[in-house]
Design a protein around this ligand. Sequence first.
Ligand code: MD6
Ligand code: FE
Length: 225
Amino acid sequence: MNFSTGDLFYQFASATGAHENLTNGAQILRGFALSIDDQLLAAIHAISVEAPFRHLITPGGHIMSVAMTNCGPLGWISDSAGYRYANCDPQTSKGWPTLPETFLHLAQNAARTAGYSDFAPDACLINRYKPGSRLTLHQDKDELNMDAPIVSVSLGLPARFLFGGATRKQSPQRYPLYHGDVVVWGGASRLAYHGIAPLANGIHEKTGALRFNLTFRQVHSVNEC
Ligand code: MD6
Ligand code: FE
């Protein structure tokens, strides 16, 4: 890894295999995706050729600093009409790229490890951060199935994950997320406010000056279909 001088943040990567419980039920599986990082990054690149990263507009008219794309049957989008899941890419009118097997297996293994045995993701949102990109505090509540967890994979530059409570009033805790870390998030924490602090400068040996995040969601209840 290339360290940017003076950035102490890099020195706190924790051990692969460690499991951390966050305050209200989410778990960080440290290094869980590390052994397949190259496959994941190659798949992200292939997906972005078919469905390019783009900066979505919030319903309030702001351009998001994080660039996004999707793979899987459903993709998360935002525009002046609101936040929602769509079964095709509005930019190309084609379906989203197929969810790679490596992604599916990783998401299901992580969910199982955290105690969720039947995770069947039908959407994978891919976020791309540059230094300065951030995700303001939000709840993930556009999914119909609140019983299923969300599985979130971090690749590339480290980030500070802000993790609060069920209302905006609770001030968030901060947790560092490193290349290969996986967060599994469900139960009591499913509707917790969370975000990503502005990404710090840095160069990662696998991604350069970028952080990628995959978030797997089960939007529809399996029983409903
Ligand atoms: C990110 N993640 O890590 C943004 N949402 O780049 C999220 O917004 C998120 O990590 C729900 C569950 C897990 C997450
Ligand atoms: Fe989120």
